[in-house]
Design a protein around this ligand. Structure first.
Ligand code: ADP
Length: 490
């Protein structure tokens, strides 16, 4: 039976192909690192041709393990969101390097738009803030600064897309120029409730509507691969941005259910059902799903520094060999001895949105050693998440349980501390590749392996471990008081 699902997981630092059986078990995977280009401070670029070549290489490495292309029911693609590729539709080749989501080069343009008073309306319509993070201003930058992009636009040969859109174009031999609604909702160019890209928003940002892909569902028969690639056509049945994928992979399919992914940064999404989010607390509104034309939404809070703080302790301070040592160090002492870290190493994200903030460590004494620093680093994750929890609650979305994943969520001390500080149970799946799993669920439902996404999630989600809150109020209050004092020092 052809019921394997092939997931192409397009991360920031690597591209992977993962083969799932229909019960959600990972059967095979292949991975290739992606070259990161940093041409200037604050600029981050990828080579889109390299992304395609490595994706194809990884796919070809795992397809034989299913017994060939005929055994694959559908392909799901999940991707680093907001990264923009520009290509020439006549040659099928990129016109310039892709601008990566982390890139800050469009801040002056965003500041101009903010100064001109556009932010409130843009937020109301798109759920987003005028920040370089989102893809629309990156497209505008390419048009203004890369002559080949402008020339292709003038000649009607320009295509813009996020990474899933680029890969669908290549996988279909240039036959399809589409994007899914979750990726489209990160561009600043689509209204949360709008069917496709919005002409008025395109005019405001300065992006030609004609260069943009068609906005599609995230699950279903979305496109077919070129038969020449894998020996036969394979249907592409799932397309989804990485954070939405993780939310689905954690089976947060009902309103109020929340997941937090702790990787380099931390991304928290709460399912809002069919209600269009309107945050008054600097959180983002985003499309969670579009299936059979029906949309559901999520409210999102992004923290810039999570696991990268632990990386900094390891690589810059040199007080760790491995990130995982933080767990034993944190357990080796009763408290951090008053040491508090605000990890604003690249500014503060939600809900503070302070780009100029820089990190601080407070409460140092001669008794402070590496255990105190490591514990304070892990405590900072719960502190940052607590700030988000307050913003979500103020927006009317209090969390009942928090489902965690990402590399850092492997840390048991941190998972327990999160439960303690938030005062809600924390659940962690044994299989932590929730992003790939979410794409697999969408693709399996889209291929008809399951009748709908709920059944796919039921069948494919594995076991979870639960961390129950167990902290005295006084201890929690003391921690939060210290944190708020330290925040005032950034
Ligand atoms: P990304 O997908 O953003 O590349 P991952 O989900 O792979 O990130 O998570 C890796 C991050 O998590 C690294 O920054 C690392 O420092 C941190 N990390 C990994 N394992 C642990 C651990 N056991 N304790 C604390 N931090 C960890």
């Amino acid at each position: 039976m052809s019921d394997y699902i092939l997931v192409l997981d397009e991360g920031t630092t690597s591209t992977r192909a993962m083969l799932f059986a229909s019960d959600g078990v990972l059967v095979a995977s292949a991975q290739e690192e992606l070259t990161q280009h940093y041409p200037r401070s604050g600029w981050v670029e990828h080579d889109a041709a390299e992304i395609w070549d490595k994706t194809l290489k990884c796919a070809n490495a795992v397809i034989p393990k299913a017994g060939g292309a005929a055994m694959i029911a559908g392909i799901g693609i999940t991707n680093q969101r907001e990264t923009v590729v520009a290509w020439d539709t006549s040659t099928g080749e990129p016109l310039t390097r892709a601008i990566v989501w982390q890139d800050r080069r469009t801040e002056p343009f965003c500041a101009d738009l903010r100064d001109a008073g556009h932010e409130a309306e843009v937020q109301r319509r798109t759920g987003l803030l005028l920040d370089p993070y989102f893809s629309g201003t990156k497209m505008r930058w390419m048009l203004d600064n890369v002559p080949d992009v402008r020339a292709a636009a003038d000649a009607g040969r320009l295509a813009f897309g996020t990474v899933e859109s680029w890969l669908v174009f290549k996988l279909t031999g240039g036959g399809a120029h589409i994007t899914d609604a979750s990726n489209a909702s990160r561009t600043l160019l689509m209204e949360l409730a709008g069917e496709g890209f919005d002409a008025g928003l395109c005019d405001l940002i300065g992006v030609p509507h004609s260069a943009l892909p068609a906005v599609t569902d995230m699950s279903g028969s979305l496109a077919q691969t070129d038969a020449a690639l894998f020996g036969r056509e394979i249907p592409i049945t799932g397309l989804v941005g990485d954070q939405q994928a993780a939310t689905i992979g954690q089976a947060c399919l009902s309103p109020g259910q929340t997941k937090a992914t702790y990787g380099t940064g931390a991304f928290v999404l709460t399912n809002q059902g069919e209600t269009i989010p309107q945050s008054t607390n600097r959180l983002l509104g985003t499309v969670l799903m579009q299936i059979a034309g029906k949309r559901t939404y999520a409210i999102e809070g992004s923290v810039f520094v999570a696991g990268s703080l632990v990386q900094w302790l390891r690589d810059s301070l040199g007080i760790l060999q491995e990130a995982s040592e933080t767990e034993a160090l944190a357990r080796s002492i009763e408290t951090s001895g008053g040491v508090t870290i605000v990890p604003a190493l690249s500014g503060l994200g939600a809900p503070h949105w302070n780009a100029d903030a820089r990190g601080v460590i407070t409460g140092l004494s001669f008794a402070s050693g590496k255990a105190e620093i490591a514990r304070a680093a892990l405590e900072a994750m719960a502190h940052q998440t607590h700030d988000l929890a307050c913003a979500f609650a103020a927006d009317g979305t209090a969390w009942e349980t928090l489902r965690v994943d990402g590399g850092m969520a492997a840390n048991n001390w941190m998972a327990q501390d999160l439960a303690d500080m938030l005062g809600v149970p924390v659940e962690r799946p044994d299989f932590v590749e929730t992003t790939a799993l979410g794409a697999a669920m969408l693709a399996a439902a889209g291929a008809g392996v399951y009748p709908d996404l709920e059944s796919a999630a039921e069948a494919m989600r594995g076991k979870t471990k639960r961390f129950t809150p167990n902290m005295e109020n006084a201890v929690r209050e003391e921690r939060l008081t210290r944190w708020r004092k330290a925040l005032n020092a950034v």
